[in-house]
Design a protein around this ligand. Structure first.
Ligand code: FMN
Length: 364
């Protein structure tokens, strides 16, 4: 209620990007300022010690996490975890730092409770983000956080040099990631989505796998799980082709879906509730083809625990969201995760599956 008023009176009247920066600063305080850290942990306290989801060689404490794009530069991982997200997918990070597209590039679609963006991968670049993640992993809470790293192509890199560009990011970032996501589905880097065609995607994934393995091994880490993030606008045949490539290359799974360009609202990709039906359809299709063992992170249009549960029922292993955060406020993650955890607490997993030491030396 309080957040709804705050949203209507303050945030909805501000420039969307300024509102994001303001909210983002507040969220990062939840990981830094001692009093707020404690308050934030109170949000998630009710499900500490309950079951989590065993995936990526770790126990993800709760199935609902933050989707890529919210914390592009890994500046608020601890704050987001303290607010109740089970994991944080940072990025998209590109090999070179870049400013993104010119403004305006972010619009609210209030009648849809959606967002439209053409940000264009504004980020600090892989070397800087790797330094930040290295610092984070030196702390206890930083090691406990489950962090996915989403990588994309630098705008200045030609499409035919994409593989080397992705590999540079993978090499720098893999040692700090619990999982790596190759993003070939954002609509705001010219030509990027064409890389979803398997003949373009195969060399990228092979190069990323190799680069991540070499740098991970040098850092004493097991091979980092590797996923591909796909667009909701792909045809069924193209979705099947990417799924088959994941199987062929022995990768770990898929993130479905990114923002959609199937709308008439203006430039950029649309996110939020209009994506829910298609997101569920894609996840169901992919699960049917991938088999039970691979990881699927379901994303697109989640507002409630019921929406998230629908993704899990369609075959998702984990779920994540972005747009709902803007409309639902800081306690959104707790509201979605608590009912999911109550539900999984009744599932048939054995408690001993959840003990042990994770890849960063944290207790899992
Ligand atoms: C402002 C904004 C920026 C985004 N930036 C990225 C990004 O950098 N990389 C990416 O893979 N997805 C990005 N996304 C897509 C989200 O990760 C997610 O796939 C999409 O928004 C659907 O989920 P939602 O309906 O819960 O927002 C962005 C979304 C928004 C709204």
């Amino acid at each position: 209620m309080f957040y709804r008023t705050l949203f209507t009176v303050v945030f909805a009247r501000m420039d969307p990007e300024q509102a994001h920066h303001l909210a983002f600063t507040g969220i990062s305080w939840f990981g830094k300022v001692p009093g707020l850290r404690t308050l934030g942990r109170g949000v998630v306290a009710p499900y500490r010690g309950t079951t989590g989801v065993r995936v990526f060689g770790r126990t993800v404490p709760a199935p609902f996490g933050v989707a890529a794009g919210f914390d592009k530069n890994a500046r608020a991982v601890e704050g987001l975890t303290n607010l109740g997200f089970g994991f944080v997918e940072i990025g998209t990070v590109t090999a070179r730092a870049q400013p993104g597209n010119e403004r305006p590039r972010l619009w609210r679609e209030l009648d849809l409770r959606g967002v439209r963006n053409r940000m264009g991968f504004n980020n600090d670049g892989a070397p800087e983000v790797a330094r930040r993640l290295a610092r984070l992993r030196r702390t206890r809470s930083g090691r406990q956080a489950v962090i996915g790293v989403n990588i994309g192509k630098s705008k200045a890199t030609p499409l035919d040099e994409a593989a080397a560009d992705y590999a540079t990011s993978a090499s720098l970032l893999a040692p700090y990631a619990d999982f790596l996501v190759v993003n070939v589905s954002s609509p705001n880097t010219p030509g990027l989505r064409d890389l979803q065609a398997v003949e373009s995607l195969r060399p990228i994934l092979v190069a990323v796998r190799e680069a991540a393995d070499v740098s991970g091994k040098a850092a004493g880490r097991p091979p980092v799980p590797l996923l591909v993030k796909i667009a909701p606008d792909l045809s069924h045949a193209d979705i099947d082709a990417v799924t088959d490539l994941v199987l062929e290359l022995g990768l770990d799974g898929l993130v479905a879906v990114n923002t959609t360009v199937s709308h008439d609202r203006g430039p950029g990709g649309l996110s939020g509730p209009p994506e829910l039906a298609r997101g569920l359809e894609v996840v169901g299709r992919v699960r049917g083809r991938l088999g039970a063992d691979k990881v699927i992170i379901g994303c697109g249009g989640i507002t409630t625990a019921g929406d998230a549960q629908a993704y899990l029922d369609a075959g998702a292993t984990l779920v994540q969201g972005y747009t709902g955060f803007l409309y639902e406020g800081p306690f959104w993650a707790g509201r979605v995760n608590l009912p999911l955890l109550r539900h999984t607490a009744h599932a048939t997993m054995h408690p001993q599956e959840f003990s042990g030491v994770g890849p960063f030396g944290e207790s899992a």
